[in-house]
Design a protein around this ligand. Structure first.
Ligand SMILES: C[S@@+](CC[C@H](N)C(=O)[O-])C[C@H]1O[C@@H](n2cnc3c(N)ncnc32)[C@H](O)[C@@H]1O
Length: 198
């Protein structure tokens, strides 16, 4: 793996063990976001940048025994923590870069991505790669269980005017990448964007 991912992996690698203890109250927000994505029994679901796999239990429950769930993350320590937490029994866990996913065109019927888009050096390219592996009509949820302003403050700064998650920027990026935005909830306590593969 090359390029800017090394910084990302160092950052998240150092935070993997304890990641979930830092955010003990996020579970219901993940469950609500997955419900709004509308994952159905039998779906083939990608959790892009799954980290420790916080979303995997609810994605697995929604996809049911007939469904398939795969989590991908670039940071080995995050995936090791996911295994440590038993998430390997809920989903396939694959180390990989969202910019170059190891899946065939049109594989997934639903794509969930929490905390990803602001970490991508080339967000449009990453969203286009998610579109490549998504089937026609597949749903996409870009999610954060904390609002943009609160997250910036947690990181010790104010919200930047060029934040990739702001409107109309995120919808324009999605459109160029092959997605049609259906919802933008830029709330104080979460950020959720839903889109459909064109
Ligand atoms: C803020 S964490 C979110 C993890 C998880 N989705 C959650 O909500 O707990 C961001 C994750 O994105 C992963 N990541 C960042 N860039 C990536 C890329 N290009 N491909 C795959 N994973 C990436 C990091 O390794 C990290 O696990």
């Amino acid at each position: 793996m090359s390029g800017p991912d090394r910084d990302t992996q160092a950052f998240f690698g150092a935070r993997a063990a304890g990641w979930e203890e830092r955010f003990p109250d996020d579970g219901p927000r993940f469950a609500r976001a997955v419900a709004e994505l509308g994952v159905r029994p039998g779906d083939v679901v990608l959790d892009a940048a799954c980290g420790t796999g916080r979303a995997l239990p609810v994605l697995r429950e929604a996809a049911g025994p007939a469904g398939t769930v795969v989590g991908v993350d670039v940071t080995a320590e995050m995936l090791a923590e996911a295994v440590h937490r038993g998430r390997g029994g809920l989903a396939g866990l694959v180390r990989g870069d969202v910019g170059a996913l190891p899946f065939a065109d049109g594989t997934f019927t639903a794509v969930f991505a929490a905390g990803l888009v602001s970490h991508l050096d080339e967000p449009e390219a990453g969203l286009r790669e998610l579109a490549r592996v998504a089937a026609h009509g597949a749903g996409l949820a870009l999610f954060s269980p904390i609002g943009r302003v609160a997250l910036a403050r947690r990181h010790g700064h104010e919200l930047r005017p060029d934040d990739v998650r702001g409107q109309p920027r995120i919808s324009a990026l999605l459109s160029r990448a092959g997605w049609t935005t259906t919802l933008v909830d830029d709330a104080e306590d979460r950020w959720l964007v839903l889109a459909v593969r064109q």
